[in-house]
Design a protein around this ligand. Structure first.
Ligand code: GAL
Length: 663
């Protein structure tokens, strides 16, 4: 009897386990919808490398799997009853065809289950054997595969998840779009009492029209005052606009004040009349990262209006810059007669989208803002529109006549006439336009754009550039933004008042480079990092989203006066990177008043981290005591002596502080 019961149980147990084994199914990841997977370059493919070749790691070929590129993520929803994930991971051989590729590629493969790291391959180089992965998935619901760049940029990071499969029992795993972290606001709104914002120093050339707006936050109505203005200038007490002309060079120490029913604030303001303008990095907007060639008069006006309405203007934002595509294209309108791109006197013509440039700049100036324009030294611009080749003086004169205050001069089409690219070739067109701008009797910020060629930071200032692009174009990905931003470390000695390294425009808010916009792909923490880093770098801050469509998060991000003060500091120093490893960096900028702006950056995209630094690394007296102020939250944290350790900094996030001497 007992024997019979036992046998019965054994039979049932065998049936159950047999059932289990029968029910366990295999899902190859290439069977999922891989269009949900992100890739830092190219696109993720099923059963092929990112370039479309047979998956191959160190000469071993794999018939199935997924080919992607760092930074790449693949998110899969499980029902908690999946058993195991297995794969062979490595850098695809296709990059080894290029000697650089072999050298630069390094991918870290991470497997994350419900926020916990289940597997970490370490940095894998090209032509190393594929590593086996085998992780248990018991109870896991959200499963992520990450191909990360190992913290050294994404170049050549072709990443293979070969033979990747999940054994599961319940419902079929499902590929989903990466989960987007929610925006969160850190900065309190400005108070009702007046607080003066914007630069504390401003430069203009003698005899040229002067335009500066004193800006302040606080309740309206507000009136403005100024004491000690040089001869030739007057302030409009209602608008805060200071206009006129100063003939005599010199440094004028003035005081500006703002008053409302809640009180009065005043601040010293230095006016420097001389050869150098743009004494603090320009702050404004540029049409390119949002509208690309879809820019038109109405869009520019809408943004300018919104710059005033959203009160961005009260925080010192001032330039409204039109990028490429405002001119005409040769032959585009009238192929028979040849579309005139210039009038009979050679003066450049706008296309239909810009019917009246003078009216547009009047509108911008009327709001207390400044206007910027774009062209290049070649026969055509990057987008093949008419450019300044052999019309440099006429164009400079036209820009001045139209009332522009900023010119971005972009190399692109010049390659067709430059001959070689010796240092002299690289400098020639920029020197020429500088000479032309010097003849037009207007202060025009001169932005040199040639992507950093010939180490432009070494000579961009000498040839009269106010800022110079140091890299290629930015896009709204972590690898692009962080790659460019953190690469600026060695250039700190080249930034000075009037001369700035330009790591390209901001990619926050809605971007798109054309008529269709999308929310920036940077996470909220990556956006805090972006603005913090650009401020520490003393970089030009040019917003690249339509301001009239700005959400509350983005507006908050761009209106923190304590953060913007780091950018606008009159010393004009660029922060130095003083501590660096593969997961964290610490940057410090000594401010004019001796305080220290310090950025603690967490380069790890998946885990929060505490980052610490000692005074020696920051270049401070070891025994000195400092008040540590969190600039994004506008809140004092503690007083620290000898060393400071941050609270947990979120993945790809930042803690930006300012250290003030503790009395
Ligand atoms: C690129 C430049 C961009 C944008 C674009 C317009 O060369 O780097 O910032 O101006 O041209 O075509």
């Amino acid at each position: 009897m007992v024997k019979q019961i036992l046998t019965g149980w054994l039979v049932i147990a065998a049936m159950v386990s047999g059932l289990d084994a029968q029910n366990t199914k295999t899902l190859w990841l290439d069977e999922l919808d891989v269009s949900n997977a992100t890739a830092g370059w190219g696109r993720t493919r099923a059963n092929k490398s990112v370039d479309g070749n047979v998956l191959t790691v160190n000469s071993q070929t794999f018939e199935r799997g997924i080919g992607t590129h760092a930074e790449g993520q693949f998110t899969i929803r499980l029902d908690g009853s999946a058993a195991v994930f297995t794969a062979m991971v490595g850098v695809d051989d296709e990059i080894a065809q290029s000697p650089n590729g072999r050298h630069y590629a390094s991918v870290t493969f991470l497997v994350i289950g419900d926020g916990k790291e289940l597997f970490n391959s370490g940095a894998m180089k090209a032509q190393t054997s594929a590593k086996p992965v085998s992780v248990k998935l018991d109870g896991i619901k959200l499963f992520r595969l990450i191909a990360s760049d190992s913290g050294d940029g994404i170049d050549y990071d072709h990443a293979d998840w070969a033979m990747a499969k999940i054994e599961y029992n319940g419902s079929r795993p499902e590929a989903i779009e990466p989960i987007k972290p929610k925006p969160y606001i850190l900065t309190p709104k400005p108070g009702p009492e007046p607080r003066i914002t914007g630069p504390a120093v401003f430069g203009a050339r003698p005899g040229n029209p002067f335009l500066f707006t004193v800006t302040a936050t606080g309740e309206r109505p507000m009136t403005f005052e100024a004491r000690g203005l040089p001869k030739g200038l007057a302030l409009d007490s209602q608008t805060g606009h200071i206009t006129g002309t100063v003939e005599k060079t010199g440094k004028y120490q003035t005081t500006v004040a703002a008053k409302n029913s809640r009180g009065r604030a005043e601040r010293s303001f230095t006016i420097v009349i001389g050869d150098t303008i743009c004494l603090t990095p320009p702050m404004g907007w540029n049409s390119w990262n949002c509208w690309g060639c879809a820019v038109d008069d109405a869009k520019v006006r809408a943004t300018a209006r919104a710059m005033a309405d959203t009160e961005l203007i009260h925080h010192g934002w001032s330039y409204i810059n039109i990028d490429d595509c405002w001119m005409r294209k040769r032959g585009s309108n009238d192929p028979v007669t040849g579309d005139p791109v210039r009038d009979k006197d050679g003066r450049i013509l706008c296309n239909d989208k810009f019917p009246d440039m003078n009216a547009l700049t009047d509108y911008i100036h009327g709001l207390g803002l400044k206007a910027g324009i774009y062209i290049g030294p070649g026969p055509t611009t990057c987008q093949n529109y008419e450019a300044s080749w052999q019309h440099e003086l006429l164009d400079a004169q036209q820009f001045a006549e139209w009332g522009f205050d900023y010119l971005k001069y972009d190399w692109c089409g010049y390659s067709s006439v430059s001959g070689n690219q010796t240092l002299e070739d690289l400098q020639r067109p920029y020197i020429l336009m500088r000479q032309m701008l010097d003849q037009v009797g207007r202060d025009i910020v001169y932005s040199v754009c040639q992507y950093g060629w010939g180490e432009v930071w070494k000579w961009g200032g000498q040839i009269g550039g106010n800022c110079w692009r140091t890299t290629g174009d930015i896009t709204d990905s972590w690898s692009s933004m962080a790659g460019i931003g953190f690469q600026q470390a060695d250039l700190y000695s080249y930034a000075h008042p009037g001369h700035w390294n330009d790591p390209d425009m901001l990619v926050v808010g809605k971007v798109g480079w054309g008529p269709n916009l999308h929310d920036s792909h940077l996470t909220p923490d990556e956006q805090y990092t972006h603005i913090s880093l650009w401020c520490l770098l003393s970089a030009p801050l040019l917003i690249g989203c339509p301001i009239e469509q700005m959400d509350e998060f983005t507006l908050n991000l761009l209106t923190n006066d304590e953060v913007l003060e780091v950018n606008q500091d009159p010393s004009g120093r660029q922060a130095r990177c003083v501590k660096k490893d593969s997961t964290a960096q610490v940057w410090v900028k000594t401010m004019e008043d001796g305080s220290q702006a310090v950025g603690f950056f967490n380069l790890n995209g998946f885990e929060a981290a505490a980052i610490s630094v000692n005074w020696q690394t920051l270049g401070l007296e070891p025994a000195s005591r400092w008040r540590v102020r969190d600039l994004w939250r506008q809140k004092d944290l503690e007083t620290a002596q000898g060393t400071f350790s941050t609270p947990q900094v979120p993945p790809h996030g930042v803690l930006l502080v300012r250290l003030f001497p503790h009395k």
